[in-house]
Design a protein around this ligand. Structure first.
Ligand code: ADP
Ligand code: MG
Length: 488
């Protein structure tokens, strides 16, 4: 048998720890230690919650020690050794100065035992080891004690290593699971995913047309600068293909770029928008043709009368003029609907717009015997809207309110912040009218075009606002417009 320090250290093959796991490694090591120290029984207790040590391994005679037996810091012989930090031989605990009167029980068949605290390199008490010799065996000596201290340090090292390894393994497994999840996410994205550090390399986007690469680079820069997700589309008008590009910055620098071809989706959307427009134009054309026929009939009639009697020309020329005006208004409305709305927002005060429109309508109201009341309530902040369009809204709502009122009626206009309300106490609307109000060409009036509210809604929508209507048949109506409060 080898002797000395080397032989003792040879008991511990830490390289086996990983393969065997802590339990099996302890079992085999403890067996060898028991043999080395000629002990008839050996146990190892390891900390499993702060200050509580539980039996984890035992070899030889352990009749009285049950699995799960716990030792608490400072309690019993082992508990006191843990506190003290150095190994002890216990001959007869009752006479040991370290333990004194605190020792209460001891096994009759154990003659001598050695209690070794397991202190890891970090200084943490990871557990306690107990080696015991049966009655009749020689007692442990000081030499044993020195060796036991070495043994304790090795076992503690193994325990701390095992703990560190299992922690590493857990975090490794977690990381692996996360990597797998991420891979699944990336696989499920129908497109190209580029994880970048710094500017985009040439190779990664090689298969894409130039302008897709240009747009990618722009988005990556933007995401870098704002530290926010940047999204853009690249469209090739030659082939009518469209790509959706999204750059998401990562907090540690670089980011992820996804490039996805959305040609089919984009085409379907464009097609749907085109169909809607066609349907609107078709409906509009029919109405226009119909609407143009009435004034045309008037004009032709006037022309025939003038032909028959040229002296009537001055009188009928006015009629021709009026009818032509009507046609011109119709064309204006038509163009409004047909053109896409392009807003030109400027900072302004709503009250000033209301003022202007109300001034224009005053004479018409006087003429019809309807009162027009305008109030500016509360704040009148500067907001950013397309002034001309907002005035168009006001014209339409005030015109409708006047048309719904009768002699002696009253129309109230008010503005506050980004909100405009127009209230009349006129005829009101039934449910059918309320439902179709905003549809193009819906009108209940003999000379209406049905385009006023359609335009109102288009303008409000373009401003990101809302229109609310409350109306009761025979009592009146209120139109409330809320424009988005973009501070100027
Ligand atoms: P038009 O005024 O040419 O009829 P609008 O789009 O402005 O077209 O209005 C559509 C329809 O909504 C009107 O014909 C009318 O029936 C109803 N309407 C609009 N405003 C009012 C109102 N203030 N009171 C009652 N009915 C209204
Ligand atoms: Mg109208």
């Amino acid at each position: 048998m080898e002797t000395g320090y080397d032989a003792l250290v040879g008991l511990f093959d830490l390289s086996l720890l990983r393969r065997l796991g802590l339990e099996d490694w302890l079992e085999s090591t403890l067996g060898r230690c028991a043999e080395w120290f000629r002990a008839s029984g050996a146990t190892v207790f390891l900390e499993d919650s702060p200050g509580v040590f539980r039996l984890r391994c035992g070899v030889g005679r352990l009749d009285a020690v049950k699995k799960g037996t716990a030792i608490r810091n400072g309690e019993g012989i082992a508990g006191l050794v843990l506190q003290d930090g150095s190994p002890h031989i216990v001959e007869d605990p009752r006479h040991d100065p370290l333990f004194g009167h605190k020792i209460v029980s001891r096994r009759a068949d154990v003659a001598s035992s050695m209690i070794v605290p397991l202190i890891g390199p970090s200084g943490r008490r990871v557990g306690v080891m107990n080696l015991s010799r049966a009655t009749g065996e020689p007692a442990f000596e000081d030499r044993d004690l020195k060796e036991a201290a070495l043994v304790g340090a090795q076992v503690a090292l193994a325990v701390e290593n095992a703990e560190a390894m299992s922690k590493l393994e857990v975090s490794f497994r977690e990381q692996q699971a996360r990597a797998e999840q991420l891979k699944a996410v990336l696989d499920s994205v129908a497109g190209t995913v580029v994880v970048y550090q710094g500017p985009l390399g040439e190779s990664e986007l090689e298969t894409f047309p130039n302008f897709v690469r240009d747009e990618s680079e722009r988005l990556v820069l933007e995401a870098e600068k704002t530290q926010e997700r940047a999204e853009g589309k690249a469209h090739d008008s030659a082939t009518d293909r469209t790509w959706l590009l999204v750059a998401v910055p990562l907090s540690q620098g670089g980011g992820v770029l996804t490039v996805q071809e959305v040609t089919q989706y984009q085409r379907a959307q464009d097609e749907a928008a085109r169909m809607r427009r066609m349907a609107e134009i078709g409906q509009m054309s029919a109405t226009i043709a119909h609407e143009l026929r009435n004034p045309l009939t008037g004009i032709r009639g006037a022309a025939q009368l003038i032909l028959a009697d040229p002296s009537l020309a001055p009188e009928f020329a006015k009629m021709v003029n009026d009818e032509a005006d009507k046609m011109s208004r119709l064309c204006d409305d038509f163009l409004d609907i047909a053109k896409p709305l392009r807003l030109m927002p400027k900072p302004c005060r709503l009250s000033e717009s209301v003022e202007r429109v109300v001034r224009i309508w005053r004479p018409k109201f006087l003429e019809s015997g309807v009162t027009l009341v305008w109030t500016s309530r509360g704040q009148d902040p500067t907001i950013k809207v397309d002034v001309a369009r907002v005035e168009q809204i006001l014209h339409n709502l005030i015109k409708n309110a006047l048309e719904a009122s009768s002699l002696g009626g009253k129309v109230e206009v008010s503005a506050e912040g980004g909100r405009i309300t127009v209230t009349d106490h006129g005829m009101g609307m039934d449910e059918q009218t309320r439902e179709r109000l905003f549809a193009p060409f819906f009108t209940t009036k003999a000379s209406g075009t049905g385009l006023g509210l359609c335009n109102v809604r288009r303008i409000v929508n373009a401003h990101g606002g809302t229109v609310t209507v409350t109306s009761e048949l025979g009592k009146g109506s209120t139109f409330e417009i809320n424009l988005r409060q973009d501070a100027a």
